[in-house]
Design a protein. Structure first.
Length: 246
């Protein structure tokens, strides 16, 4: 972690509050909606991803540790057979792509997600072929930057009973993140455990706020909330794309 000013550390803390809030408030997107902001502070994905991954493992485990009976293990096994290879390809790309290509890629993918929120469009899965295509794309996006959740969630929503969907997704994120973290260890990437611990309390604040706001966001118009969120995301990522490409 390079030296940061007091203002930069304050911004980092706010971003991780935001990440925890989105993860628990929307159910996914803690990385997708926070990574562009992190890259404005330090434009190095390999610095931020281990911290985000560690937090995801912790908060996902806390959510599902006593709900494992509500996981659709049968479908999860089938999905992982499809997700595994593109996931590993995505991780390999993360470790080998130059930073001036990887940063615009992350901005671009997240920009597209923002547009889906603005226009209230959801990725839809209608048959097995579409399922497999979305899982492959989601696995690769997850491998490069932990932002494949919207694609993967679309497939799981069609194939998993609603009462088991949330917990099945959380277990999926834990498996995918464990693969990424194991790869980081194998390639001797700094896992930033010290800064993960430093930032854990602020992420926990966001997680708590998200849990408390989840029902209210849905009851008071989740679509409107996501549209505003999408506008902000499009502006941030659009600016990020222009500055990273220029």
């Amino acid at each position: 972690m390079p030296p940061l000013t007091t203002i930069e550390w304050a911004l980092v803390c706010l971003v991780f509050v935001w990440s925890g809030f989105v993860r628990s408030g929307l159910g996914f997107g803690g990385a997708a909606l926070a990574m562009p902001l992190m890259l404005f502070i330090i434009d190095n994905p390999l610095l931020w991803l281990p911290i985000v991954a560690t937090h995801l493992l912790i908060f996902s485990a806390l959510t599902v540790y006593n709900r494992l009976h509500d996981v659709d293990w049968q479908y999860l096994k089938k999905a992982m057979l499809i997700l595994l290879i593109p996931k590993l390809i995505g991780v390999f790309g993360l470790l080998n792509l130059p930073n001036d290509l990887l940063v615009p890629l992350i901005y671009g993918i997240t920009f597209c997600y923002g547009l889906t929120y603005v226009f209230n469009y959801s990725f839809k899965s209608k048959n097995r072929l579409v399922d497999n295509i979305l899982l492959v794309m989601g696995g690769y996006a997850s491998g490069t930057s932990l932002i494949g959740a919207p694609l993967i969630s679309a497939v799981f929503a069609r194939n998993v009973a609603i009462e088991k969907l949330r917990n099945t997704l959380f277990v999926t994120w834990m498996i995918l993140v464990t693969i990424k973290m194991s790869t980081f260890v194998a390639f001797e990437i700094d896992l930033q455990f010290k800064y993960s611990l430093y930032l854990l309390p602020v992420a926990a604040i966001g997680h708590w706020l998200g849990l408390n706001m989840h029902n209210r966001l849905i009851q008071d118009g989740g679509d409107k909330y996501k549209r505003i969120l999408g506008i902000v995301l499009v502006v941030i990522c659009g600016y990020g794309l222009l500055t990273s490409i220029a």
